[in-house]
Design a protein around this ligand. Structure first.
Ligand code: ADP
Length: 624
């Protein structure tokens, strides 16, 4: 498209008169009327100046010989379709000759020609000049609007074109060049079919028919680009209708949507994969919009509830809930929808066989990059079996503990009797240490003693594990607990000349008497499993680790293999023979039970022949 000249040239009048005096006179006249003008000395100069842009041309007829007319005709013919340069001819006075008439007729055929007959009044010239410039200004305005429109359409990544009734391109934007690799001028004038090729034209044809009937249409299709690559496009046609309803042509917008389509296909594929995966879930699963409206359930949902998709869509799932539980569930679910918090709750769901089973339902929010909830993803896991098994196990444990407690308690009585009578028996036999009777009686005594400790330990264990027990106190002073434990092993400490040292101990959350029991068990073991011929050294200290205190009891005894460090906390688990180191294998099991009740942990580190350290971690007392 021809360039837009500078604003000064838009209102510039070009003058050509062979007699320099005439030109000068008119020039001065225009100057006086505040009109811009410029004198051209030759026709060639005039033509060059017209090409640079002009508001109007004034020519003296004398300057227009046939050659000049042809040069002028050539320039005027080159004008853009928007341009119709006003040309004013100052004719020679009197009747024109035939040749002159012919020349003027030729000029008239080229455009906007005005003849001013000499002699001229000056105001006639000025008003003719003003009229010419006004007409010219309108043309430039149209030209500028057109250029602006072109600039806009050229800079959108969409193919924009105007197509006439005969399916011929009348106007296209620059994007056509990028797409087809041909200049817009080459596209203008050619038909749609020859430009877009197959398969696009076949797909577009029915829509072209419809838009030419005055309908706005939209469709998706495929179009080859300059690399012959088939790309997905979205096409819109808008009719250009006349006031009488007839359609002159239409505007076509074609947008490349290949990337979007690819993303859509990838999304659909991943969604399909997700759904088929979700359908193989053993859990019931579903998805809801941010407002809680459920739009998808997996196959398991339909299978378990026996309900049809239509009845469950949205809030239909409420029909499979126990009506008594429903208000509670709704309240919690509405809370989550409002706050965006995770939902977790156990409640029964009715199956296709009308029986309720217990499910754990978890609903997690899926959020967008701004953190807003876009979807909810829910799963319900059948925990009916598990709950039943847990309850049965709890009951069995309770029964067993009850039984152990009662049994050990009731065993004490007959044992006491055996104890008394075996002592009486020993007294009778007493005098003769070598007799066989004495030997048998000794066996009975040892057996009874062993039985006594076993029953005592078992009773301890039963007492600690029996029932849930009262809630633990908030504070237990470990110093006091240790003192209590040391008092009970004092005789053995002295007897073995053991060295017991301790660092200051803190207070923890828990029961002092029970923790004293733990210390007592650990100290007894440290004394019992001492190394022969070596002074037993025992050290107790504590170290803070976050919200816990880790108390350690270290000895220099016989130790054991680190591999066994977990086993020894089991019931009746012993690493040493009873003949060498008597015991029941219950002490550490009791310790473990007490510590776990305190929400703590107990473990050991040891090396055979070097010594052992037992660690107990306990929660710090509140406000410490
Ligand atoms: P018991 O001492 O009555 O056998 P425990 O439950 O107290 O039962 O201990 C279990 C086993 O752990 C013991 O039989 C012993 O083999 C080992 N053990 C416990 N404490 C120590 C220790 N301080 N040094 C070496 N071995 C130990």
């Amino acid at each position: 498209m021809d360039p837009i000249p500078s604003p000064e040239r838009e209102s510039l009048i070009l003058l050509l008169a062979p007699a320099g005096r005439d030109a000068k006179l008119v020039d001065e006249l225009f100057h006086g009327a505040r009109l811009q003008s410029q004198v051209c000395l030759t026709v060639e100069e005039l033509c060059r100046d017209i090409e640079r842009g002009a508001g109007a041309v004034f020519v003296a007829e004398e300057a227009l010989d046939s050659l000049a007319i042809e040069s002028l005709a050539a320039v005027l013919n080159k004008q853009g379709s928007w341009s119709d340069l006003p040309v004013v001819v100052l004719t020679v006075a009197g009747e024109p000759t035939e040749a002159a008439q012919e020349r003027l007729t030729r000029l008239q055929s080229l455009g906007d020609l005005t003849l001013l007959e000499r002699p001229l009044r000056t105001d006639t010239i000025v008003s003719a000049a003003r009229a010419a410039l006004r007409a010219r200004a309108k043309q430039y305005q149209v030209r500028r609007r057109d250029a602006e429109l072109q600039l806009v359409t050229d800079n959108v990544p969409v193919l924009i074109s105007y197509i006439d009734r005969d399916q011929v391109y009348r106007r296209v934007n620059h994007t056509y060049f990028e797409w087809f690799g041909v200049r817009p001028e080459q596209v203008v004038g050619s038909t749609i079919q020859s430009t877009v090729g197959e398969p696009h034209y076949t797909q577009a044809q029915p829509y072209i028919t419809r838009v030419l009937q005055g309908e706005r249409v939209h469709f998706e299709s495929q179009l080859r680009d300059k690399r012959r690559e088939l790309r997905d496009v979205s096409v819109s046609y808008a009719p250009d209708s006349s006031s009488d309803g007839s359609v002159r042509g239409f505007v076509a917008l074609v947008q490349d949507i290949t990337d979007r389509k690819k993303a859509e296909r990838a999304l659909m594929e991943s969604e399909r994969q997700f759904r088929s995966l979700a359908d193989t879930f053993p859990n019931l699963a579903w998805m809801a919009y941010a407002d809680g409206h459920v739009f998808w359930y997996n196959q398991r949902w339909y299978d378990y509830t026996g309900s049809a998709p239509e009845t469950l869509e949205g809030w239909g799932w409420r029909s499979v809930l126990d009506p008594e539980e429903l208000p509670k569930v709704m309240e919690r679910w509405n809370d989550s929808i409002r706050t965006g918090d995770l939902f977790e709750m156990v409640f029964p769901l009715r199956g296709a066989n009308s029986m309720f089973r217990l499910f754990l339902t978890r609903i997690v929010p899926l959020r967008d990059s701004s953190g807003a909830v876009t979807r909810w993803f829910g799963t319900s896991t059948d925990i009916d079996e598990q709950k039943r098994a847990e309850e049965a196990l709890r009951q069995a444990n309770r029964d067993l503990e009850e039984f152990a407690y009662v049994a050990t308690h009731d065993l004490q009585e007959p044992l006491r009797m055996v104890n008394i009578y075996s002592q009486l028996l020993l007294k009778r036999v007493g005098a003769d240490p070598g007799s066989q009777l004495r030997e048998y009686a000794d066996y009975v005594r040892t057996g009874v003693k062993r039985m006594e400790t076993l029953i005592r330990d078992l009773l301890d264990y039963s007492r600690i594990t029996h029932g849930v027990g009262p809630p633990l106190p908030f504070r237990a002073d470990l110093e006091a607990a240790l003192r209590q434990a040391l008092a009970s092993v004092e005789a053995r400490v002295r007897e073995n000349q053991a060295e017991v040292t301790s660092a200051p101990l803190p207070a923890v959350a828990g029961d002092e008497a029970q923790l004293a029991h733990v210390f007592q068990n650990l100290l007894s073991n440290a004394l019992k499993y001492r190394k022969p011929g070596e002074t037993p050294r025992i050290h107790i200290c504590a170290e803070r680790q976050d919200a816990h205190w880790v108390v350690s009891v270290q000895d220099n005894g016989i130790g054991f293999d680190q591999d066994q460090a977990e086993r020894i906390f089991g019931l009746f688990k012993r690493l040493h023979r009873h003949e060498e180191y008597p015991g029941t294998g219950l002490g550490l099991a009791i310790c473990k039970h007490i510590v776990e009740r305190h929400r703590g942990r107990v473990w050991a580190r040891s090396q055979a022949g070097v010594g052992s350290t037992f660690f107990v971690s306990l929660p710090v007392a509140p406000h410490e």
